[in-house]
Write a protein that binds this ligand. Structure first.
Ligand SMILES: NC(=O)c1ccc[n+]([C@@H]2O[C@H](COP(=O)([O-])OP(=O)(O)OC[C@H]3O[C@@H](n4cnc5c(N)ncnc54)[C@H](O)[C@@H]3O)[C@@H](O)[C@H]2O)c1
Length: 315
């Protein structure tokens, strides 16, 4: 199958592209390298350096590669950035996304797979774990732009018969995540600071919990969605809440970190306790999480150790 992965130079999109190539598919990547990196792009994938806000260039890339499926990961992916600049968030996540959909229709693409969010759609959930039918009430412009695009996918299917699957991710962690990031990305930030023996601040009391999933399990769900889940919306998640304090303890052991954390003020607009029910993905995609938290954290720490050693030896 020919698959175009937008955002395939980024953290998650690059793992998805790798998994498709390993499964024997022909892959091209479309990315403007705003947060993604060229070195993340699989050498077997052609890179189209294109901004999704540029309809003509998106159309050229799709017309020249002629993909059967477009896997759409390109996005403004940070909640705090969306709060600081909701217009930019909407330009990339809604208008840019619509350019991708228009080019898909004009070039007879069979299906679009969309990376949405479970963590930023429901506000403070009424039940934990929340399922996909939980009321939508995003606390950030990012959650709203992601949900708006889900709605457009429904419209494009009804009006232009463009098939789709929506994957609503939990909090994703693993290799290639940006450990210099200031916000979110708790595993990458903790692991990076612990390996370097630097002090670390937990926002709030640390009892806030998240649903954490290793990026390898995310890639597997994107493989399953090539053949299954048409017209469906699925949580891709562990199904369990884990507290930030728990993550701190587990990562401390793996990195032999001896310092105690400082506790800072809680972050405005953050959800306190969330987990996402993945029953629907198990039943309809035939997917289930396979990488246990301890194993995923160990893989991630090993990766960041290698990265930090490389950085040190190059300076
Ligand atoms: N990281 C998570 O926990 C998480 C959770 C839920 C959903 N998601 C979604 O998964 C997708 C990938 O997120 P990520 O964490 O890998 O972030 P990322 O920033 O590493 O990846 C986004 C990619 O999109 C590219 N991009 C950004 N703006 C672009 C534009 N205008 N034109 C072309 N390319 C552009 C970036 O260069 C980058 O390579 C996003 O759609 C995000 O909303 C991520």
């Amino acid at each position: 199958m020919k698959i175009l992965v937008t955002g395939g130079a980024g953290f998650i999109g690059s793992h998805v592209a790798d998994a498709y190539i390993a499964a024997g598919h022909e892959v091209a990547v479309l990315d403007n390298l705003s947060t993604g990196r060229e070195e993340n792009v699989n050498p077997k994938a052609a890179l189209h350096r294109v901004d999704i806000r540029d309809l003509a260039k998106v159309n050229d890339a799709i017309a020249s590669f002629k993909p059967d499926v477009v896997n759409h990961h390109a996005a403004q992916s940070e909640v705090p950035k969306s709060v600081a600049d909701p217009g930019y968030d909407a330009h990339v996540n809604v208008v840019g996304g619509l350019n991708v959909l228009r080019a898909c229709v004009d070039n007879s693409v069979r299906k679009v797979i969309f990376s949405s969010t479970g963590g930023a759609l429901y506000g403070e959930p009424d039940v934990v774990p929340a399922d996909e039918d939980h009321p939508i009430r995003p606390l950030s412009p990012y959650g709203t732009s992601k949900f708006a695009f889900e709605q457009y996918l429904g419209t494009f299917e009804r009006t232009f018969h463009l098939n789709y699957t929506v994957l609503r991710y939990a909090n994703v962690y693993g290799a290639r995540q940006d450990f210099f990031a200031e916000e979110g990305r708790v595993v990458a930030i903790f692991a990076g600071r612990m390996i370097e023996g630097k002090p670390l601040t937990i926002d709030g009391d640390g009892n806030q919990s998240r649903d954490m999933l290793h990026v390898g399990d995310i890639a597997a769900a994107n493989l399953a969605a090539l053949e299954k889940g048409d017209g469906g919306t699925f949580h891709v998640s562990s199904g369990f809440p884990v507290t930030v304090n728990d993550l701190f303890r587990k990562l401390s052991i793996l990195t032999e970190y001896k310092l105690e954390p400082r506790f800072g003020p809680g972050r405005k607009g953050d959800v306190y306790r969330i987990a996402l029910d993945n029953t629907r993905a198990r039943e309809r995609l035939g997917w289930e999480p396979r990488i246990q938290l301890e194993e995923g954290l160990r893989l991630t720490v090993d990766y960041f150790r290698g990265q930090i050693a490389r950085l040190r030896s190059s300076t």
